[in-house]
Design a protein around this ligand. Structure first.
Ligand SMILES: Cc1cc2nc3c(=O)[nH]c(=O)nc-3n(C[C@H](O)[C@H](O)[C@H](O)COP(=O)(O)OP(=O)(O)OC[C@H]3O[C@@H](n4cnc5c(N)ncnc54)[C@H](O)[C@@H]3O)c2cc1C
Length: 331
């Protein structure tokens, strides 16, 4: 089959690779300039920031085996940061947590690897999916091109994007749209900071309570990351929801103040930037592994599916869901 996959995050790339192995001809459409989605590493003159997902964990045997294979291939390494809980300026030991892995040199590198050998079209936003006989046509926009292009026909279309971004594309599959509408992802503001000297806080990362921030992490604590003191801070879910539409400068100011308050450090950064993840964290997952309508040949996958796990919203969910959708298409 000739298949279109929309979204080049880890779920879309996993699904596309698997389908290609099954002998299908696959084209991946990605609206951003590069692959990786929420696993992107933001490059700056001060070094890379993993401003979305920061590490991988595994709770299933399938993903544990996948991580072992990626580790053997030199794509990921173990990571044992010193993590604490920050409460009103005092830091307390963090509860025992699962084994962590990071992609090197940054999280985005793993998706760059997965995209190799695939036909990935970046800076191509899919705006509409329309039936064309028993096939599908996509309406695709790209920067600097005034008129959307038509792509296809495709025998199947697979949406590997957050539920809220899938919904407007599902006008021709209302029953599927109804199920997708039950999932919800909440936003997260991320702050990236580079300092002229080490902050010497005594920890690499912290869950923060009683603050605008929920989590902070010393990005250069990751082995093989470029030298220089860099921190990523994620605003709490509540704060991100309330300030979702604030302008970036105001968010930088407020979150930097919160960073100084939480850590007790007053060192001023030489670089501050913020990123709004509009659909960051899956809150209400769908219980399924993925959704697939064999008669229409349209489906969805992503981290907003439980995919056999207890929680949702992790790289592991996205990976397993991408695999499940490829298996469903092939069955
Ligand atoms: C701040 C933050 C911290 C996180 N921390 C962790 C962590 O430490 N560990 C962990 O396991 N998980 C973490 N996560 C979650 C993890 O990043 C996601 O579960 C995973 O990356 C989701 O992958 P995905 O492929 O399902 O979706 P995405 O990565 O969102 O990929 C979807 C892709 O589709 C593209 N797209 C959307 N609409 C269109 C369209 N119309 N046309 C073309 N392309 C489109 C997007 O640009 C994007 O590239 C974090 C997420 C965030 C935001």
């Amino acid at each position: 089959m000739h298949i279109a996959v929309i979204g080049a995050g880890i779920s879309g790339l996993t699904c596309a690779r698997q389908l290609q192995v099954q002998g299908h001809s696959v084209t991946v459409y990605e609206k951003s300039a590069d692959v990786s989605g929420r696993m992107s590493t933001r490059q700056t003159e001060f070094g890379g920031f993993d401003h979305g997902a920061q590490y991988l964990t595994a709770s299933s045997d399938v993903f544990r085996k996948r991580l072992a294979a990626w580790k053997k291939a030199g794509l990921i390494i173990d990571w044992s940061p010193n993590l604490v809980r920050l409460e009103q300026g005092a830091h307390k030991p963090a509860p025992r947590s699962p084994k962590r892995f990071i992609a090197i040199p940054g999280m985005g590198a793993l998706c760059t690897h997965l995209a190799q050998g695939l036909d990935v079209r970046c800076e191509q936003v899919v705006r509409r999916i329309e039936p064309f006989g028993k096939q599908w046509l996509l309406s695709v926009g790209s920067p600097n091109v005034a008129i959307d292009a038509s792509a296809g026909p495709f025998d199947a279309v697979l949406l590997a994007v957050p539920a809220e971004q899938a919904l407007p594309l599902l006008a021709a599959a209302p029953a599927l749209a109804k199920q997708v509408a039950k999932a919800k992802l909440s936003p997260c503001w991320a702050l990236m900071l580079s300092f002229p000297l080490p902050l010497a806080l005594g920890y690499d990362g912290a869950w923060v309570s009683g603050s605008r921030l929920g989590w902070i992490m010393r990005d250069n604590a990751k082995p093989e990351h470029r030298a220089g003191e860099r921190w990523v801070a994620h605003a709490s879910n509540d704060w991100s929801v309330r300030h979702l539409e604030d302008d970036e400068e105001r968010v930088q100011e407020k979150l930097l103040k919160a960073f100084h308050e939480a850590t007790g450090s007053q060192v001023q950064p030489v670089h501050v930037s913020a990123h709004r993840w509009r659909y960051a964290q899956a809150q209400a997952p769908l219980a399924e592994n993925c959704l697939w309508r064999p008669r229409l040949r349209i489906g969805t996958c992503g981290d907003w599916f439980a995919a056999g796990l207890e929680g949702c919203g992790r790289i592991e969910n996205a990976y397993l869901s991408g695999l499940a959708l490829a298996a469903a298409v092939g069955s």
